[in-house]
Design a protein around this ligand. Structure first.
Ligand SMILES: [Zn+2]
Length: 169
């Protein structure tokens, strides 16, 4: 059972992911240059305790493999992040559409209420003055009232501010 053969070294190397920061014995890692024929000057991570106790199994990892490993990890994190952002975009758009629909509905209701109110006011006015137009009840009177438009605009603005506050949480 020799720990210096290349096959057992690469086996140990697979147990760490990315660029290692510490040996599993707790010691800090140093980089060394390999002196074997097939890996001459190829650099690897090892702790200094291993220098004194080479019969023990300490963390071993080729630096080039660690860097490729690290890139793959970052890559995976990056795609995960992109997925998260995409799904957030979709859910936010759905929520926005839902809220917009609700606002439309409430605006419609407010408008109808306002129209009903202006119409009753108009009928009262007409009743008081008994003027020329005998049918004030239906269309024209409501949209020309600037107060109604201002109120609707204010309510819409308030709803938008509310939605913005909810979304930016
Ligand atoms: Zn160690």
């Amino acid at each position: 059972m020799s720990s210096s053969s290349s096959s057992s070294l690469s086996h140990i190397g697979r147990q760490t992911t990315g660029i290692p920061t510490r040996c599993w014995c707790g010691a800090n890692l140093t980089t060394f240059g390999a002196q074997t024929k097939e890996n001459l000057f190829r650099r690897f991570y090892r702790c200094e305790i291993w220098l004194k106790r080479k019969h023990e199994q300490h963390l071993f990892k080729w630096i080039d493999e660690a860097i490729v490993d690290e890139i793959n990890i970052v890559d995976a994190k990056h795609s995960q992040l992109k997925e998260d952002v995409d799904s957030f975009k979709v859910s936010t758009t759905r929520r926005l559409e839902k809220h917009a629909k609700q606002i439309d509905q409430s605006l419609q209701q407010i408008k109808m209420l306002m129209e009903a109110k202006t119409n009753t006011c108009a009928t009262q006015d007409n009743y008081a003055s008994t003027s020329e137009d005998p049918q004030p009840s239906t269309t024209i009177s409501s949209s020309s009232n600037p107060l109604t438009n201002i109120a609707v605009a204010a309510i819409a603005l308030g709803a938008m501010v509310w939605i913005y506050a909810r979304i930016s949480n």
